[in-house]
Design a protein around this ligand. Structure first.
Ligand SMILES: Nc1ncnc2c1ncn2[C@@H]1O[C@H](COP(=O)(O)OP(=O)(O)OP(=O)(O)O)[C@@H](O)[C@H]1O
Ligand SMILES: [Mg+2]
Length: 378
């Protein structure tokens, strides 16, 4: 089973440029999480910080008790072997064929015999739909195939944590749908903790158990997918609906005057303000084992349910009913005695008005510390 990744108060800058600050969240063991954020907000820097390739100035990343920020390199290297990483640019070796690219981590980090390497490489290539392409060079295949080769390479060491940096970029919608299913099937097969960075709203809304968003040097929110998909927080709502109207601009955040002008006269084509429909989360393909994370997540979200805004609570209960195979109209209680908060827990908290305070950041346990206001001073 995958392991929990605990991020506490992480801050990173390059020279004068603050990338993000005080990021706190937990990637629950074996669950799939997605990190959203406009281009340049530091998503890739965040992934690289989790594996200790980039050193934040403050904070900790705890995996099996090892701090990936402040531990000696020897200990970090040990934990790094638990990761499978699919980098944004593919990072394939141009002069090696796909077989050798995928085999590379096995040759580098293990003493496996050639026949064993061959078995593992062929198995992973088959898993990502690349069987038969072993002899091709990266320059001879499509962008989508290169992405999948990067994913196969990320899988060969049987990772407990998988990081995918924009696995969908450059893929057509059909391939993106296949990729979404592949990610869920992978999670069902190996129960690894997964973090996916993507701009693709279809993946973001159908694949993960949890979602987060980086903006303006802060983690705006992180929590169950239903919390972000129902959120009225302006940055999150704008991003998930792909609207121009809102705090996110073409290059940077918009100034107050621009926002006021937008409020006075909506941008053409941006008027449609239909509530965001929450799609069902993908299930493993027929023949795949069930995802073990589903039962664990159910316990976890039920214990924190009372901390979520009402519309998110409702959406979580609907999802749990769907997971349990109950009809949409079934009483909420059937989804797991979920309607009432657990005994001894705090009363329901927070109904965030648009732009108002946010629910707790990260996966705080009931009664845990409340998070900061969106985009506000930290
Ligand atoms: N090694 C580095 N040295 C200096 N600045 C860097 C370095 N790596 C990243 N940056 C800067 O950090 C910021 C965040 O970069 P990052 O690649 O994490 O963004 P991103 O959110 O992944 O964007 P995209 O969606 O376009 O991939 C950028 O301004 C980038 O120029
Ligand atoms: Mg990036």
């Amino acid at each position: 089973m995958g392991v929990e990744v605990v991020v506490e108060g992480l801050s990173k800058s390059f020279g004068q440029q603050q990338i993000w600050q005080d990021v706190t969240l937990t990637l629950p063991a074996g669950e799939v999480s997605v990190m959203l954020g406009p281009s340049g907000t530091g998503k890739t820097v965040f992934l690289k910080s989790l594996i200790g390739l980039i050193k934040p100035e403050r904070g900790r990343v705890l995996i099996n008790g090892v701090d990936m920020v402040n531990s000696p390199e020897r200990r970090i290297n040990e934990i790094r072997k638990m990761f499978g990483v699919m980098f944004q640019d593919g990072a394939l070796f141009g002069s090696l064929n796909l077989f050798e690219n995928v085999a590379f981590p096995l040759r580098e980090h293990t003493k496996k015999k050639e026949h064993e390497i061959r078995r593992i490489v062929l198995e992973k290539m088959e898993m990502v739909g690349l069987a038969g392409a072993e002899d091709k060079l990266p320059g001879e295949i499509s962008g989508g195939m290169r992405k999948r080769a990067g994913l196969a390479r990320a899988l060969v060491l049987d990772p407990e944590i998988i990081l995918c940096d924009e696995p969908d970029s450059g893929l057509d919608p059909v391939r993106t749908a296949y990729l979404s299913q592949l990610l869920i099937d992978l999670n069902a097969q190996i129960d690894a903790t997964m973090l996916i960075v993507t701009h693709n709203i279809d993946i973001a809304s159908k694949v993960p158990d949890n979602m987060g968003m980086l903006f303006r040097r802060n983690l705006v929110m992180f929590g169950p997918r239903e919390m972000l998909l129902t959120s009225e927080e302006p940055v999150v709502a704008q991003f998930l609906r792909g609207r121009r109207r809102g705090p996110i601009g073409m290059s940077e955040e918009k100034d107050a005057a621009t926002l006021a002008a937008e409020a006075a006269s909506p941008l053409p084509g941006d008027e449609d303000d239909e509530p965001f429909r929450i799609p069902r989360q993908l299930r493993p393909s027929p023949g795949m084992p069930p995802r073990k994370a589903v039962a664990r997540r159910r316990e976890r979200v039920l214990s924190m349910l009372h901390t979520l805004p009402p519309q998110a609570q409702q959406a979580v209960l609907e999802s749990l009913k769907y997971d349990a195979g109950l009809p949409a109209g079934a009483p909420a209680g059937q989804a797991g005695q979920a309607a009432a908060p657990p005994q001894g827990a705090q009363q329901p908290q927070i109904v965030p008005p648009p732009g108002g305070p946010l629910p707790p950041q990260g996966m705080q346990p009931p009664g845990g510390p409340a998070g900061p206001a969106a985009g506000g001073p930290r």
